[in-house]
Design a protein around this ligand. Structure first.
Ligand SMILES: Cc1cc2nc3c(=O)[nH]c(=O)nc-3n(C[C@H](O)[C@H](O)[C@H](O)COP(=O)(O)O)c2cc1C
Length: 718
């Protein structure tokens, strides 16, 4: 299809209509047979010139032919039956126009011809899509809607009034027909979960760019094949290891073998091992394919060349050989498998990602699969920081909380691989909204709480529903069987939080993430935060702030350099509670308190509770956690506690330089001594009893500096 300039396109679109309008106006003014015949013949001549111009620039559309036929019929009838015809056409010229339009829309598809909208749609749709049943369906629907509109106009025009002949038809065409034309294709595509037309054009251009780069097209099959390593796309090849053999016949006869291994591609004249696929082709056929003059798929279907072995490789050829070698050789990194440590390899800059300061803004889709929100959700806490950094670096980030969306489970029907390739059968938020967004993103952040050592079910359901991006075929890569990709999927960042403190809790998740997303070097970083539940503990405020600052910085780095540096990752994953045993004890006290009170952790936080100690040892742990250095100021004091009752024993706390130290036993010179049954003091400490009231009722005794007792809330509290 020829590429026409906009003015020429517009001229061709509107060219038939002035003839119709002029004839209508003339016919309304003069019904004289002679003058009408002359005008009809003149309009016929105009149409002939218009058809000639259309052929010269592009080719005529059905409307051009319909209008030309109309004037041919009008001219003939006026010549043969001047009186009868002039009376008819002066009265029903408008009806004739609508009849033309209706015929051009309705008749061709009945005879298996292309619908009239193809003529226009093909100018705006990538060529690959023309044979697609979805493209056909959209065009047929639009064609029949237009045919219906024209039929309605035709019927109305039989009644002679400006309203029925001009105003209502015009309102229908402008108010319904044109907006329908503009909106329907994208509406239909979105309903099927496919990218919009604009996005498809963008994707097609991106795919074409590399192959458009070579200015000199090959002049022989040998030149074409020997230059294939130069356009090897290491990203598209991923971890592919394969040998592709060419047995060329006809005007050139030679054998050549492309050996792909470890992210590199080399040309050999002997196979290093049995080729995974052998392509037998006449030189002219391969040359035409390489020059883009013939479609590889079409040539294969018509048996212009044959291929034996792994046919999946043939399907991927277009992707694998589509980049300049300079890009290929620079991109030979392997994402590190260490679960928690920085994805050090990603410090490397990925040129394929748009970054701030460049013309294109990086489009990021941040998926949050946590069912919790606000202060409760550590996934949200971490994701918010990451997203803030990304936005600061200029990325266009959309956060989607999956808990608010309907993403049905994949039901394994494989409709998306067979009946509607690339389109899922479910009609839910995933199909309608999320899958198209996912496909159009440059980068997707998968943020999930760690559940049973892996992604939670919500995130798993999402990932499973990206099945349409794969093709059904089996392909062998390095002994592993995989499916080839249908579209290039977006780059990925994984973010997860866990309750347990060991970094190794993410091992299973990381192994899966690397297997699924590490393919084609798609995985830019894994950001894993263990002991995440302590991230809101006031006692670790400073560390937690540093973790969030580092996560925000990681967001910046991802946008600016497509990776996260090891220094930043070390800060993100820093240890919050040094002593794991202490952490377990505090966690257990919290759970015991929740069970005793019959409340959930959220209610525990909402009520402002603290874990209730059940021994001198745990009391010595919990008291310092509530210590407020600002409230203490320059206080220097020793607080002594002597407990009786179910838990007996003594301990004391030294407060100095805004720090607190817990010590067992009895201090030499305490400033304040509290003697209390253990349970009474625990009730006061956890807010179940009023300290002053208990003191009045002499439930506990105090000796020493009473002002320290008055300041208890200031020393231990927010
Ligand atoms: C069903 C379930 C399973 C969990 N499994 C694990 C686990 O395997 N390992 C772990 O360390 N934490 C586990 N946790 C704790 C969560 O990872 C932790 O509470 C995290 O902060 C939850 O994320 P959120 O704060 O965004 O909700 C689990 C929690 C739930 C509710």
């Amino acid at each position: 299809m020829k590429k026409l300039s906009k003015p020429k396109q517009i001229f061709l679109y509107i060219a038939p209509f002035p003839a119709l309008a002029f004839f209508k106006i003339w016919a309304a003014g003069s019904a004289k047979p002679a003058s009408l015949t002359i005008i009809a013949l003149l309009m016929l001549a105009y149409c002939a010139i218009m058809i000639g111009i259309a052929y010269r620039w592009d080719k005529p559309g059905y409307f051009d032919w319909a209008v030309t036929t109309y004037f041919a019929v009008v001219s003939c009838s006026l010549l043969l039956w001047p009186l009868w015809a002039s009376a008819l056409f002066s009265k029903y010229a408008v009806t004739g126009i609508y009849a033309c339009l209706f015929a051009a829309a309705f008749i061709p598809p009945l005879f298996g011809m292309d619908p009239f909208t193809y003529h226009y749609a093909k100018k705006y749709t990538p060529e690959d899509a023309w044979e697609n049943p979805i493209f056909v369906k959209i065009n047929l629907t639009m064609t029949y809607v237009w045919a219906g509109l024209f039929a309605l106009c035709l019927l109305m025009s039989l009644y002679p009034s400006v309203l029925t002949r001009a105003l209502i038809p015009l309102a229908l065409i402008l108010g319904f027909g044109l907006p329908f034309n503009v909106r329907f294709p994208d509406f239909y595509l979105r309903r099927l979960g496919l990218p919009s037309l604009a996005a498809q054009r963008r994707m097609a251009q991106q795919e074409k760019k590399p192959s458009e780069r070579p200015k000199n097209l090959p002049s022989s099959a040998w030149e074409a094949i020997s230059h294939m390593p130069d356009v090897f796309n290491v990203q598209a090849a991923g971890d592919l290891s394969a040998n592709i053999g060419f047995v060329v016949s006809g005007s050139e006869t030679f054998e050549a073998y492309l050996n792909i291994h470890g992210g590199r591609c080399s040309l050999e004249d002997q196979p290093s091992h049995k080729p995974d696929i052998t392509i037998r082709t006449p030189a002219e056929v391969w040359l035409a394919i390489s020059r883009g003059e013939r479609s590889g798929q079409e040539a294969f279907m018509h048996k212009a060349f044959t291929a034996e072995g792994n046919l999946g490789l043939l399907l991927r050829m277009g992707q694998i050989f589509s980049a300049p070698s300079s890009v290929a050789s620079e991109k030979s990194y392997t994402p590190e498998r260490s679960p928690v440590a920085a994805n050090a390899a990603t410090e490397h800059k990925d040129e394929s990602m748009p970054s701030n300061g460049k013309e294109n803004t990086m489009k990021v889709l941040a998926l949050n699969s946590s069912p919790r929100t606000g202060r409760d959700s550590k996934t949200e806490l971490m994701l918010n920081a990451l997203v803030e950094g990304m936005r600061e670096a200029g990325a266009d980030v959309e956060v989607v909380n999956l808990r608010e969306k309907t993403v049905n489970n994949c039901i394994g029907c494989f409709t998306c691989w067979t009946k509607t390739p690339g389109v899922c059968d479910h009609k839910d938020d995933m199909t309608k909204e999320l899958y198209p967004k996912w496909l159009e993103s440059d980068l997707v952040v998968y943020a999930t709480p760690l559940y049973h050592y892996t992604v939670n079910a919500t995130m798993k359901a999402f990932v499973e529903r990206t099945l349409p991006v794969l093709q059904p075929f089996f392909e062998q890569n390095d002994e592993k069987t995989r499916h080839p990709m249908r579209h290039e999927p977006p780059k990925a960042v994984f973010l997860s939080v866990a309750g347990f403190p060991e970094p190794a809790v993410f091992d299973q998740l990381s192994s899966w993430v690397n297997f699924i997303f590490g393919r084609s070097k798609r995985l830019l970083a894994e950001i894993y935060r263990p002991a995440a539940e302590t991230m809101t503990f006031p006692a670790y405020k400073e560390k937690n702030q540093d973790i969030l600052d580092a996560t925000k910085h990681a967001g910046r780095e991802l946008v600016e350099s497509s990776g996260v540096s090891s220094e930043t990752m070390a800060r993100v994953t820093q240890v919050i509670v040094e002593d794991k045993e202490t952490m377990s004890k505090v966690a257990n006290l919290m759970w015991k308190t929740c069970i005793a009170e019959g409340i959930t952790p959220r209610e525990f936080v909402e009520k402002g509770l603290i874990p209730r100690p059940d021994s001198i040892e745990t009391f010595m742990l919990i008291m310092p956690m509530g210590f407020n250095p600002n409230g203490a100021g320059d206080t220097k004091a020793i607080l002594q506690f002597n407990f009786s009752g179910d838990v007996e024993g003594s301990c004391h706390f030294k407060i100095e330089n805004r720090k607190i130290e817990a010590l067992t036993g009895i201090a030499e010179n305490p400033d304040l001594t509290i003697e209390s049954p253990f349970e009474v003091w625990m009730d006061i400490m956890t807010g179940k009893a009023d300290g002053q009231q208990m003191f009045m009722e002499q439930k506990y005794k105090v000796t020493g500096d009473l002002s320290l007792l008055m300041r208890m809330n200031q020393l231990f509290g927010k």
